[in-house]
Write a protein that binds this ligand. Structure first.
Ligand SMILES: NC(=O)c1ccc[n+]([C@@H]2O[C@H](COP(=O)([O-])OP(=O)(O)OC[C@H]3O[C@@H](n4cnc5c(N)ncnc54)[C@H](O)[C@@H]3O)[C@@H](O)[C@H]2O)c1
Length: 403
């Protein structure tokens, strides 16, 4: 390979940071199937609010495109497309399959392909590799997997300082080319030849987190039933040196409510039932109903609550990110709204598409006229607003003790 010419397939929360890191060093192609996304990126607009105009300026003759023919000269493909679940909670690999079908049109001898989407073991070597092989019987290519740990909205753990697991079973020459690329993404590469194990390691990272949050949610529900102060219980327990400091909450987004199902699906294929993993999912999903009930109970205790101005604050899947995929806060808002049409929502950073679709009021002054505030997600701005509302003796309903 004379010159490494990388290409990112899928420029979302994961793909764009990779593109931005690598374009400083390489001539790059950024390909996304969504014309809206590429149009915006060409105008240096990132709707995920992770990057500024300056970050998105193209250097080294790099290109952003929604025309897949533009990837034809690339020789190092990195796939970062979504991996959701189907209605039955089984993995939906359709985005991955379609991305690999595109690669198989253009792959050449000695090209390198990496999958970065979160998948169950065997996806890279059995499914993805076979899609390319089927169309290119006489082409010799290399395939690897690198798990993605980017944490949107997190200013401390950024792409550069998070260690990156990179796996490929290839000769030293290829491994050194791979490292040459990935060392521009992360300061610390954790290398392995074992792709299946790298795939599983990603799944367990998120499953472990989901499980720990699930346990805290369970304890919170228990405290509520026992009429005990959850925060006080945790304050006491935390004084033990090895207590794990997880917080209860509404688990949403593209990873935690999805990846444990990938793990369970994989186990099921091996005729093993991952009971603990699925129990945590069940508890975490049940938090939507728990929080909703808690809010309704509090509202009903307020005089004339149906006639008063009520605002639900924070709708995204976690604080300080615009992403609202699988957000339980959104579900709670919709259910409250069905109950009482006058209930409004406010989220200062949620994606514009949601604001337009749901006719959300973003006028700060208007919002502050509300009499009752229900806090579901605490973005930094929301914390400040609630403190101001408290001073003005407004009613604050904070079912998850976020403030
Ligand atoms: N979001 C996170 O914080 C995060 C963290 C770690 C891992 N992951 C994993 O990374 C993967 C990507 O997640 P994401 O959050 O970046 O998703 P995303 O939806 O933000 O971005 C995916 C992009 O891929 C594009 N796309 C879909 N099919 C395509 C195709 N065939 N060709 C080209 N582009 C295509 C979409 O238009 C979209 O812009 C998932 O497997 C996810 O589980 C996500």
């Amino acid at each position: 390979m004379k010159k490494i010419f990388p290409c990112i397939i899928g420029l979302g929360y994961v793909g764009l940071p990779l593109f931005v890191s690598l374009k400083k060093k390489f001539q790059m192609i950024g390909y996304d199937i969504s014309k809206t996304r590429t149009k915006e990126l060409k105008k240096y607009i990132d709707r995920n609010k992770e990057f500024t105009r300056k970050d998105l300026k193209l250097e080294n003759k790099s290109l952003i495109t929604s025309d897949h023919v533009d990837i034809k000269d690339s020789n190092f493909y990195i796939v970062t497309v979504p991996t959701p679940i189907k209605k039955n909670k089984y993995p939906d690999l359709n985005y991955i399959k379609s991305a690999f079908k595109i690669i198989s049109k253009y792959i050449k001898n000695n090209d390198i392909v990496f999958l970065e989407s979160t998948v169950y073991p065997g996806t890279t070597l059995k499914i993805c590799k076979n899609i390319i092989k089927k169309k290119n019987k006489n082409i010799n290519f290399f395939i690897g997997y690198s798990s993605e740990r980017v944490n949107p909205g997190d200013k401390i753990h950024n792409i550069k300082n998070i260690p990156k697991v990179v796996s490929i079973d290839a000769n030293n020459k290829i491994v050194s080319l791979v490292k040459k690329v990935y060392q521009n993404v992360s300061k610390k590469i954790v290398f392995t030849k074992k792709i299946n194990e790298a795939e599983l390691s990603k799944l367990i990272e998120n499953t472990q987190r989901d499980l720990n949050i699930g346990l805290m949610n369970e304890i919170m529900i228990l405290c509520e039933k026992a009429n005990l102060d959850f925060n006080e219980v945790i304050r006491l327990a935390k004084t033990k040196w090895n207590f794990l400091n997880f917080k209860p909450g509404l688990v949403g987004g593209h990873c935690l409510p999805v990846d444990p199902y990938y793990l369970s699906y994989y186990a099921k294929k091996l005729k093993y039932n991952t009971e603990i993993t699925l129990a945590a999912r069940k508890t975490n999903n049940s938090m939507e109903q728990f929080v909703l009930k808690k809010i309704i109970l509090k509202l009903k205790k307020l005089r004339n609550f149906k006639k008063r101005k009520i605002t639900v604050m924070g709708l995204t899947y976690k604080s300080n990110v615009p992403d609202y995929r699988n957000s339980l806060a959104v579900n709670i808002y919709y259910k409250l709204k069905r109950m009482n049409k006058n209930i409004k929502a406010y989220d200062p950073i949620i994606e514009d598409s949601f604001i337009k679709k749901n006719n959300i009021n973003t006028n700060f002054k208007e919002i502050m006229k509300s009499e009752i505030f229900i806090i579901l997600v605490k973005h930094d701005q929301i914390g400040e607003m609630v403190r101001a509302a408290k001073k003005n003796k407004k009613v604050i309903i904070d079912p998850l003790s976020l403030i």
